[in-house]
Design a protein around this ligand. Structure first.
Ligand code: PXP
Length: 265
């Protein structure tokens, strides 16, 4: 019908609880417990929980994954490198989804998207084995056409578009760079959806940077961790998750961001 706005699909919020484990591991022991944080995030509105089991186990442990899988009431998205060790763990626990990420020991966080264009046999095998076990496969990639086309060819169910470059430009107040990165995300999300892929996004998102990404109609899930856990220090995890949920919903509904409203009120 002319003039009828099409409502974009609901956008899920996946809360990444890795850095609860970072704080726990700083002292050893059991406190703070990532599973308790996961339950709290779900109560506050998280639609899923994400955890990255790294090769060096710097935050999430194997035991955390086992507990999350057996006790969570929402889907678990396991982030992992495409290695034999991680494949075995995923096949043992069968999370709802596995997000394959690049991993380098010396990096502080996942620095770039996965290289999906060089035809790695290992990647093909891991994707095939996960899918055969009924696990949805997501590839964490840069928002560029070659990576999207390669992800579709590899048979991924989902691509998670890396928002790191966009967040970096936005947080350094580079308006032209930010606009370029939003444009890149906009085209990538559209292209991925046209290729039949489910589209997720994440990395580095904050209250101030979430709206332009939440607004992209093809993006049906955001995965957010470090900022929410950091904010939890000041106002609690529940309040941080609830506020992120509101900002996502407002952006999705086309509402003006709250900050803008406050400025003009
Ligand atoms: N998505 C993926 C694939 C990631 O590797 C990470 C970081 O672990 C995130 C989302 C969340 O990023 P952040 O912790 O910066 O919100």
């Amino acid at each position: 019908m002319p003039g009828t706005a099409v409502k974009p699909p609901f956008q899920r919020l996946g809360v990444n609880i890795d850095h609860v484990a970072t704080i726990r591991n700083a002292r050893g022991g059991r406190h703070p417990d990532p599973l308790r944080a996961a339950h709290l995030a779900v109560e506050a509105g998280a639609d899923g929980i994400t955890a990255h089991l790294r090769e060096d186990r710097r935050h999430i442990s194997d035991h955390d994954i086992a507990r999350l899988k057996s006790e969570l009431t929402r889907p678990l998205n396991l982030e992992m490198a495409a290695t034999e060790e991680m494949l075995d763990i995923a096949l043992r626990h069968v999370p709802n989804a596995c997000c394959l990420v690049p991993e380098r020991r010396e990096e502080r966080t996942t620095e770039g998207g996965l290289n999906v264009t060089d035809g790695s046999e290992q990647l093909v095998r891991v994707i095939g084995d996960l899918k055969s076990a009924g696990i949805r496969v997501s590839l964490f990639i840069e928002p560029d056409p070659r990576s999207i086309e390669a992800s579709a060819r590899l048979g991924a169910d989902i691509v998670e578009l890396h928002t790191g470059a966009y967040c970096e430009k936005a947080l350094s107040d580079d308006a032209a760079g930010t606009a370029r990165e939003i444009e890149r995300m906009t085209s990538a999300a559209r292209l991925a959806a046209e290729a039949g892929l489910e589209v997720h996004a994440g990395h580095g998102l904050t209250f101030n940077t979430v709206a332009p990404i939440a607004r992209l109609p093809e993006v049906v899930e955001l995965n957010i961790g470090h900022f929410l856990i950091g904010e939890a220090i000041f106002g609690g995890l529940s309040s941080a998750v609830k506020r992120m949920r509101v900002l996502m919903d407002e952006a999705r509904a086309g509402a003006r961001p709250e900050r803008e409203r406050m400025r003009t009120a």
